[in-house]
Design a protein around this ligand. Sequence first.
Ligand code: HEM
Length: 290
Amino acid sequence: MAEQTTPDKKPAPKKKPADDGRIPPPPSSHYERPGMMDQVRDSQIWRSIFRHGYPNTVRNRSLAVLSNIFLHLHPINVRSSGLRLSFTWCMGGLTFFLFLIETITGVLLMFYYRPTAEYAYQDIIALAEHVPMGIMRELHRWGAHAMVITVWLHMFRVFMTGSYKPPREFNWNVGVILLVLTLLLSFTGYLLPWDQLAIWAITVGSNMARATPLLGYEGPLASLMAVGDVGLVHSGDDARFALLGGRFVGEATLLRFYVLHCIFIPLAAAILMAVHFWRIRKDGGISGPL
Ligand code: HEM
């Protein structure tokens, strides 16, 4: 049956193609030959990397964030209050930025610094005096001081805005471990210049490990660690001994602190930072004002 048409009936609006986030196929007609970029974008290699079209729609922008390993830690939507400088002071972000600076300058320093009693001090002097303005060493040193300050300020802001309360209490605890790791990075880095200040500072600082519960030979409950009359924890095998690689600060300590400083602690911190950022998302983004 023929369709009835009324003169005042408006023609149905043209249906837009559904925005399913895919890149549209290239035009097939002879006159609309795809350009080189269209061909690149339609290639298997491009499509295997990018699973979405131009991020010019809300959906594609969301897909761009979700399908990128670096961006996906960041939430798609952020509360405008969370972006206010007066709320976060950007102290968490600055701490992370300084961690990146420390990683880059630290790796560059590793090309020149040798962690042995014979060379360590000389190498630091060379890095400070023979490199213009001692730039790498100074960036690393000042960056480390700044990171300790910003991480404390970040913790202070989180406390003042009550952001440790549920559901963020787990992330607060992740943060506490990050704070300890930041301080340990400072502590282990302090020995590396291998000058008198470094050696005696670590001698004094590491004495605290003697008082570790159960594992320090002067610590509480250490006497419980015994088989019959024979004590298992003494100055030759306790927590301080494990930290120093001996009874006193020596070459073994330098190597131990170097490995802890360059590999073990930064790796642990990087993994925990990923957990910290991911957790911010899972807890509903940066907290709102109180
Ligand atoms: C290496 C150390 C750290 C890094 C790189 C870091 C990074 C960040 C960043 C980028 C944020 C987003 C909001 C902001 O910038 O304020 C954040 C939020 C948060 N951080 Fe940290 N953080 C660190 C240490 C800590 C410490 C020491 C604590 C507490 C003990 C902590 C607890 C939290 C909590 C609870 C949030 C969520 C706050 C909210 O939702 O308002 N973080 N962190």
